[in-house]
Design a protein around this ligand. Structure first.
Ligand SMILES: Cc1cc2nc3c(=O)[nH]c(=O)nc-3n(C[C@H](O)[C@H](O)[C@H](O)COP(=O)(O)OP(=O)(O)OC[C@H]3O[C@@H](n4cnc5c(N)ncnc54)[C@H](O)[C@@H]3O)c2cc1C
Ligand code: SF4
Length: 476
């Protein structure tokens, strides 16, 4: 006889952790919650001692049919919070309504205004630092922490574009937060040596210490048991043994590669399930400055430029978010060492029908992942970049600017595959991330995004988890 729980949560990344925290705020003291995490709980010290473990743990978990396009994530307690760079922009209001505003992509079934209070809660939990004076979006609350210090070139851009340039919001704190020291600009944030950036482990581990919660590591969920449009529980493998647990509600937060695969293996079918896998595409621009020193900022990425982001151009080409990088990249010439600047231009793409996650009959545990290429929508912005950059760089004394030929192979953002929407015919989950038919099944994270936006996805998916769990459990 399988054991029973009120709630089963799959995964311990951002999506699952924020969802679970909110659910616990509404569940009764007698509730029983099971969390199943396929990876292990690795301490920060262990991760520093084993820096290559992430890649070797990730590689065997899916088959990349288009290996020129990597998909990067981290398995284990805290998921991608261990390896992320902690850049936390909000999406712009237009990002939620691309079809209505610009006739491309799909509208989200919720608006920026719907999500705004939940953005505030996610920022508070992560202790995000940012600039209230130069926010590109309306805010109902100030940032939890003051902004990082900009570099001199950043300050020139801020002066020239006061409404289109800001300090990057980030979960790399400007002051100590609990045991997390202030960010001191080591610039290797994927594994912060001083454990400064937000991770689930250093800030939200107490969610998993709630007496109602039982966590099982090394437990890989294979499928959700669904009968008569009701989720009954999950089947999983732990220590090589197949096991089952019954659950009154199941929330799957395994990321945009494994979420659709778990659903596909559960017998869920839908024309868009597994489709529209994607992310942004980015290039770097190397700028030699003439007489202006750089690198005075107080964290690894300091500025955010919105000069190429929103507007009518989005009818035909992708928006671009500009990051100014503050990691030291010195020039060799005497006296000019610091007269250099690196920008990253991150371009949105539209959902691509040929990019997908699909089951493999011969290897049912390992999904096939295929990338159909970036669409002409993103490519048009990249093609026009030399012209577009003229306006952006005009306030700076530029000796030479070179757009580096090679596109960055990955933005490390996995998006799409379990789209949300109002219409069950064209989407898999609703605005509260619940399956349209199987109402006691939620699918969390960026897999639900109808469109990607050029902005980093994680603050938004964390806010979305709080929003979804509050609507589900406060009404229960
Ligand atoms: C190098 C790098 C830098 C990044 N920087 C940024 C950034 O600066 N800003 C930003 O917004 N985003 C960034 N990201 C992206 C960010 O990490 C992801 O958007 C985020 O982690 C997604 O959260 P999630 O909870 O949906 O999924 P994940 O964090 O991937 O968590 C999924 C969890 O599910 C578990 N799991 C998977 N399959 C199963 C299964 N079958 N059974 C049980 N458990 C399972 C995994 O082990 C994991 O714990 C970065 C990513 C990388 C790799
Ligand atoms: S810049 Fe340095 S201190 Fe700050 S989060 Fe990154 S690695 Fe950590």
């Amino acid at each position: 006889m399988a054991e029973g729980f009120d709630l089963i949560v799959v995964g311990t990344g951002f999506a699952s952790t924020f969802y679970l925290r909110e659910a616990l705020a509404h569940l009764p003291p007698s509730a029983r919650v099971l969390v199943l995490e396929r990876g292990q709980r690795r301490t920060h010290a262990w991760q520093l001692a084993n820096p290559s473990a992430r890649e070797s743990e990730r590689k065997p978990t899916f088959t990349n049919l288009t290996p020129e396009k990597p998909w990067i994530f981290t398995l284990g307690f805290g998921g991608g919070s261990n390896c992320w760079w902690a850049c936390t922009p909000r999406f712009l209001p237009a990002d939620f309504a691309m079809k209505t505003r610009y006739g491309v992509g799909h509208d989200w079934p919720l608006s920026y205004d719907d999500l705004e209070p939940f953005y505030c809660e996610a920022e508070a939990a992560m202790s995000v630092a940012g600039s209230d004076a130069h926010s590109p979006v309306p805010r109902s609350k100030p940032f939890p922490l003051p902004p990082h210090r900009l570099s001199e070139p950043d300050l020139r851009l801020l002066k020239a574009f006061p409404d289109q340039f800001t300090v990057q919001p980030t979960a790399r704190p400007t002051q100590a937060v609990g045991d997390r020291p202030a960010c001191c600009n080591n610039g290797v944030c994927a594994l912060c040596p001083i454990d400064s950036k937000f991770t689930v482990q250093n800030t939200m581990a107490q969610v998993y210490e709630d007496p109602r919660v039982e966590v099982r590591f090394g437990a890989r969920v294979q499928r959700v048991d669904i009968a008569d449009d009701v989720a009954r529980g999950v089947d999983y493998v732990a220590k090589g043994v197949e096991m089952s647990s019954l659950g009154g509600f199941v929330a799957v937060g395994a990321n945009a590669i494994f979420n659709p695969h778990i659903l596909q293996r559960s017998g869920v079918s839908h024309p868009v399930l597994g489709k529209r896998l994607g992310e942004q595409v980015s290039v770097n621009v190397d700028i030699l400055l003439d007489g202006l020193d750089n690198f005075q900022g107080s964290t690894s990425i300091t500025g955010h430029g919105y000069m190429l982001y929103d507007g009518e151009h989005r009818r035909e080409r992708g928006a671009a978010l500009i990051e100014t990088l503050n990691r030291r990249l010195l020039r060799p010439e005497r006296g000019k060492w610091r007269q250099r600047m690196l920008l990253k231009i991150i371009v949105e793409d539209l959902p691509h029908e040929d990019s997908e996650v699909r089951p493999n009959a011969d290897r049912p545990d390992v999904p096939d992942v295929r990338f159909g290429g970036w669409t002409p929508y993103a490519q048009k912005t990249l093609t026009e970049l030399p012209r577009l950059l003229g306006k952006v760089l005009a306030p700076l004394p530029v000796e030479r600017a070179s757009i580096l030929n090679r596109r960055n192979p990955s933005e490390s953002h996995v998006i799409g595959t379990v789209m949300m929407g109002e219409d069950p015919e064209t989407s898999v989950v609703d605005r509260h991330l619940r399956h349209h038919r199987v109402r006691n099944l939620a699918v969390l994270g960026a897999s639900a995004y109808p469109t990607a936006s050029p902005s980093n996805p994680t603050l938004t998916l964390s806010a979305l988890s709080i929003w979804a769990a509050r609507h589900t459990f406060s009404a229960a």
